[in-house]
Design a protein around this ligand. Structure first.
Ligand code: AMP
Length: 190
């Protein structure tokens, strides 16, 4: 099994690139953000708990998303691997992921990172808000907090995966086609 991480700040283009990546490498795309939004839409207890955190631009507790990933790995069988989008987002989650992969006899294959500057994060999120209507894309304060949360809690993972020799950074400011081509050339190596 391959375990790819699709990494990057909010608005970097992860969701845009994920389906082509999943299709080409026969991976199951798992977005913890999408899973949480489904729980919210269904009004489950988990969805209700997550709602206020997501709308504030904060992270939900590590155990919640770790459980989702573990559950997906346990139940999804007919694929060559997984494409994790929006997970891990903290060092604790990355350590948990290493353990979960090891328990399956595997390891993280590579961390494919789409990088864009902060100014572009805002532009991209505003643009997405007009298309997808996500509550957490529409509010300036929430966007500011998501950018801060990314820098404080998620950015340290760059060093984590560099140290593991698994970090592959791609310039996310390029066109969708150019970014996709770069991603494929990196993934072909792993
Ligand atoms: P996303 O769609 O990846 O931007 O995620 C939307 C929101 O869901 C985030 O701002 C967080 O509040 C929550 N979320 C998604 N993935 C995670 C994660 N791995 N850890 C904690 N919170 C998450």
């Amino acid at each position: 099994m391959k375990y790819y991480i699709l990494f990057g700040p909010p608005g970097a283009g992860k969701g845009t690139q994920a389906s082509a990546m999943a299709e080409r490498y026969k991976l199951r795309h798992i977005s913890t953000g999408d899973l949480l939004r489904k729980e919210m839409a269904a009004g489950t207890p988990l969805g209700k708990k997550a709602k206020s955190l997501i709308e504030a631009g904060s992270l939900v507790p590590d155990e919640v998303v770790e459980g989702m990933i573990e559950n997906a790995f346990d139940t999804i069988k007919d694929v060559d691997g997984f494409l994790l989008d929006g997970f891990p987002r903290t060092t604790a989650q990355a350590e948990a992921l290493d353990k979960i992969c090891a328990s399956k006899g595997g390891e993280v294959t590579a961390c494919v990172s789409l990088m864009i500057p902060d100014e572009m994060i805002r532009e991209r999120i505003k643009h997405r808000a007009s298309i997808e209507g996500r509550a957490d894309d529409a509010n300036d304060e929430t966007i500011t907090n998501r950018i801060r949360t990314y820098h404080e809690q998620t950015e340290p993972l760059i060093a984590f995966y560099k140290k593991a020799g698994k970090y592959e950074e791609i310039d996310g400011t390029k066109t969708i086609d150019e970014v996709r081509a770069q991603i494929f050339s990196v993934m072909d190596k792993h």
